[in-house]
Design a protein around this ligand. Structure first.
Ligand code: KG4
Ligand code: ZN
Length: 341
């Protein structure tokens, strides 16, 4: 392995323009995140075209700031890593083109990184990954259980059949008039309410590690619709707590069961919903009971950021996985394809 590999990483797959400098896949020298949330709020969700425009406006200054904060120059950088996908195609392309320009101008290798691999490797910057491990990915676009027997080896053992968990959070939040993004709002409100609604838990067939959240989302929407028609009082905090309890029960039970079946003693959680307090609390309890080591990144590293791309990018770099200047964005790409044999 090379010593002191410095990677400049770029992430623009959704609504965060982020650039980071990461050393040896572990040490974050800078991690600049320009969030567009305020701009998308007025639309109640991310508008892809608006996201692309913000990335264009912000990317150059974000690269400069990341280098400045890390106190390094482009000459000292060993490689440029960038999120290849999945994500919004127009948004991805802004980061990819910026990465290509830097790689070309400074003659550095260009490293394509899978966004979900990035979310998993966010953990590596705080508590280095050990194998085998189980990763529970819970973000706005993905809900997956991924088994890893070694670095950069991804086997999806379960995934959502419909909505991603973050997506369900955002939609339910909208029905009780909470602003975008709804996940953190529901999380806050849930802490002040009780599970009085007893929404369904969707387990699917026995032994399946797949998930389904669209039925739960519909159950919430139907129940509220019903209550509104009858002029009954809707206790938003109880709706939030009941919805969250149902989600947390299913996610945590399946994740721990998967660890047991695959004989894994390490569970990592990744993606925006990993910062959910209810999920963190329940998983901490269950993992303690079952003697599983639990790792969840600090909230800033759970949501989209470039440090996670720099962390994963290091292992691609060490495996000599590079791309040419014809690198394209991929809006839908399976994490198993990122496996390095
Ligand atoms: O990983 P991420 O930043 O972007 C994607 O790759 O999708 O995840 C964003 C998602 C949003 O749906 C947001 O509502 C959700 O993560 N989220 C949360 C919390 N914080 C963010 N959901 C539940 N509880 C939270 N505390
Ligand atoms: Zn993400």
């Amino acid at each position: 392995m090379n010593e002191n590999v410095l990677i400049l990483a770029i992430e623009t797959s959704c609504d965060e323009t982020s650039v980071s400098i990461v050393e040896n896949g572990k040490t974050i020298l800078s991690n600049i995140i320009l969030s567009q949330i305020e701009s998308h709020k007025r639309f109640g969700g991310v508008v892809p075209e608006v996201a692309s425009r913000h990335h264009v406006e912000g990317i150059t200054a974000t690269v400069e700031e990341a280098l400045e904060v890390a106190n390094v120059t482009m000459d000292e950088i060993d490689a440029v890593a960038v999120t290849q996908g999945p994500g919004l195609i127009g948004a991805l392309l802004i980061g990819i083109n910026a990465a290509k320009a830097l790689a070309f101008a400074y003659d550095k290798p260009l490293i394509p990184v899978h966004h979900i691999a990035g979310h998993i490797y966010a953990n590596n910057t705080e508590d280095p990954l050990t194998f085998p491990l189980m990763a529970l990915i819970v973000s706005g676009g993905h809900t997956e259980l991924v088994y890893m027997k070694s670095h950069m080896n991804f086997e999806v053992i379960g995934e959502t059949r419909d909505d991603a968990v973050g997506e369900a959070y955002d939609k339910v939040a909208r029905t009780i008039d909470l602003p975008y993004p709804g996940g953190p709002e529901i999380d806050k409100l849930a802490a002040t309410g009780n599970d009085t609604y007893h929404f369904p838990r969707v387990w699917l067939e026995k032994g399946s590690y797949d998930f389904s959240f669209s039925g739960l989302k519909s159950a919430v929407i139907n129940k509220l619709h019903n209550q509104r028609q009858k002029n009954e009082e809707i206790v938003k905090a109880d709706v939030a707590a009941s919805f969250q309890q149902s989600v947390v029960d299913v996610l945590s039970t399946k994740a721990v069961k998967a660890c047991q079946e695959y004989n894994v003693k390490r569970l990592i959680v990744a993606g925006g919903v990993a910062s959910n307090k209810g999920l963190r609390h329940r998983l901490t309890e269950l993992c303690e009971e079952n003697k599983i080591k639990l790792s969840i990144p600090s909230p800033k590293l759970c949501t989209d950021n470039a440090a996670m791309i720099g962390a994963a990018g290091y292992y691609f770099y060490e495996a000599d996985i590079t791309a040419g200047l014809d690198l394209n964005g991929q809006n839908n790409i399976d994490i198993e394809e990122a496996t390095i044999e």
